[in-house]
Structures are given as structure tokens and as C-alpha cells.
Design a protein around this ligand. Sequence first.
Ligand SMILES: [Zn+2]
Length: 149
Amino acid sequence: MKHTNAQCVFCAIVAGTSPASVVHRDAQCMAFMNLRPLHRGECMVIPLVHIDHFTDMPDDLAAHIMVVGRRLGRRMMRAFAPKRVGYVVHGFGVPHAHLNVVPLHDSSDIVSAKHIVSTDSGLRIAHDAVPLRTRADLDADAAVLRGDQ
Ligand SMILES: [Zn+2]
């Protein structure tokens, strides 16, 4: 297993050379805010080591990431009051395993329906369809999830 990948933006975040609004970091994983959240509080938990597929992680690492995601989900429920918290893993955006922790205010939020755009050739997933949240707003949301305020 390669521990870092020079082309990987998540490895750059782990190394501290790319910005992120960090909500958690320990010896195995870190969590930071999604740049294009459907709703406030959406974040992701990633392993510190570069592993492309979530299913390739060792059991203890995958379990730890789920536990961290659950803890963040509890804080998300208290801070942002979604109806539910969902977990999504797909990896089509960045090939470094990540657990998306998604505040669900509507059942369509879990399928990221707002990412779906209609084109001449049919429906298409467009990850840039949801606007970027400002770094200041992401930092403020991260502080809420960390329990700083
Ligand atoms: Zn990586």
C-alpha cells in the first residue's frame, strides 16, 4: 500500500499543503468539511494513508472511520438539526477513500439529487452543480462540529 499519492488532493490535505476546514484528526484518520455541501455540516472522514477504495481498507481502519463519522453525525444532529444523518461512499470524485457524513433534511438528500442536471443527452451527475461554500463559512461550521462554540 502506498501511503501517499503526489497527485491526490486528500493526501495534500493530510500533509497540510492544501487547505481544509478540519473537524477531527487522530492517528488514523481526519475529517473536514465538504466544499460543496448540500446542507450546512456535511463533512467527510478519510484515512490518513492513501487507499483508493473504501472496501480495500483493513477492518480496524474502516471501523474506526465509521465510529468517527457516527460521532460527527451526533454533533451534526445537535448543531444543525437535520431529520437524519446519512453516510455515502462512492469515490468517483477523489480516489482516496472517504466517508461522506450527510445531514438529511429531505429523503432526496441522500442521493445528492441536487447534483443531477438535465442535459440534451439525459440526466448527468454534476458535482459542481452545488455552489462552493466560502472558506470562512466552512471554518465556522467546522468549529460548530468540533464543539468550539
Ligand atoms: Zn490520497
